[in-house]
Design a protein around this ligand. Structure first.
Ligand code: ADP
Ligand code: TRP
Length: 327
């Protein structure tokens, strides 16, 4: 059955292979399966943790061009900026007013971010409510995200239920998360979760040379080249498995166990595989960069479509809540 899919990515830096396997690959797949997909750049969410104007604007366009280069087709999917749909911030207010403080106090991402040194502000605390509004504004059925977003989806379902209950109707659609467990967490250069905030990423849109250099920095143990190695505990192998065919991964695993195969060999192969996998997308990205008018048109169209859906949702909610408008 055709479903309304929705997901967003924060423009907080350069796209990396964790974003691809954890999120964007599923976004493209769902589009290709014929679902009605809405994808957006969560620039209001990014405002909770940055005040750098250039960087925010720059990463916003980077994510849009990344989506287009990686296979999101604006003729089939609605691609837009969060900031082009003010109804979302409006819906967040309605949700704020049915959201118990305790629900947000229990959210782990706020505590984690503050512990990591981000400025504590009300926006950061309220982040999950804005995310719930993103989802509910478009009547989304299914939300493809990485495993780290599970709690935000639970909060969304909770808030949708509370708003519907408060006004005695089904104004908002209850969404389900879509989390692909097989690639739940992509490890970074140091073996921790790959994340911009740990500076351990391999970027999707880097040059082949920069990619190879990054891959060379993956942390390995000091087992000598001739000795047998355990692929199961190796960061290079964990990434190789994502890019190699099952046959090649099995072969490389055997070479590890046999000995005489060094981490340098594995890294060289991994660099090639990553560069091959993203070569077509990198080419498309370069074309998009040279045609900003085209990107603007895509966003203008996407914003228009997204606003129409969100406005219909808000009309239901305002009416149910007794909020009068005269526009
Ligand atoms: P980062 O951790 O680099 O700041 P984001 O939080 O912006 O990345 O993540 C954007 C999307 O990519 C989210 O849906 C998230 O779940 C997914 N994602 C990010 N890093 C990984 C990873 N290492 N493994 C799997 N999915 C990831
Ligand atoms: N919080 C998400 C992340 O950090 C980004 C996001 C914002 C999102 N709004 C959303 C994801 C709505 C899915 C649906 O990755």
């Amino acid at each position: 059955m055709k479903k309304r899919i929705l997901s967003g990515i924060q423009p907080s830096g350069r796209l990396h292979i964790g974003n691809w396997f954890g999120a964007m690959r599923q976004h493209v797949q769902l589009q290709d399966e014929g679902h009605d997909c809405f994808y957006f750049v969560a620039n209001y969410h990014a405002l909770t943790s940055t005040q750098d104007r250039e960087k925010l604007a720059d990463s916003t366009l980077h994510i849009v061009m990344g989506y287009l280069a990686l296979g999101i087709d604006p003729a089939r999917s609605t691609l837009f900026l969060q900031s082009d749909v003010p109804q979302v911030a409006e819906l967040a207010w309605f949700l704020n007013c049915v959201c118990p403080m305790g629900l947000l106090e229990r959210a782990t991402s706020y505590k984690d971010k503050v512990a990591k040194g981000l400025m504590s502000n009300v926006g950061l605390f309220d982040y999950p409510v804005l995310q719930a509004a993103d989802i509910a504004a478009y009547d989304a059925n299914l939300v493809p995200v990485g495993a780290d977003q599970k709690q935000h989806l639970e909060i969304t379902r909770d808030l949708v239920g509370k708003l519907n209950q408060a006004y005695g109707g089904a104004m908002l659609v209850e969404p389900a998360p879509y989390i692909v467990d097989a690639v739940a967490v992509v490890p970074g250069l140091d073996g921790q979760k790959m994340s911009k905030s740990y500076d351990n990423t391999i970027e999707i849109f880097a040059t082949p040379k920069a990619t190879a250099k990054r891959v060379a920095q993956i942390v390995t143990d000091s087992t000598p080249l001739e000795d047998a190695k355990d692929p199961a505990t190796c960061n290079v192998f964990a990434l190789l498995k994502l890019f190699a065919t099952a046959d090649e991964a099995a072969e490389i695993g055997d070479s590890y166990r046999r000995g005489g195969y060094g981490y340098g060999h594995a890294k060289k192969r991994l660099g090639e595989l990553i560069n091959d996998a993203f070569a077509p997308a990198r080419e498309r990205y370069a074309l998009l960069e040279s045609d900003p008018g085209n990107v603007r048109d895509v966003l203008r169209d996407g914003g228009r479509k997204a606003r129409a859906v969100a406005e219909a949702t808000l009309a239901r909610v305002r009416d149910a809540a007794g909020i009068l408008t005269h526009r």
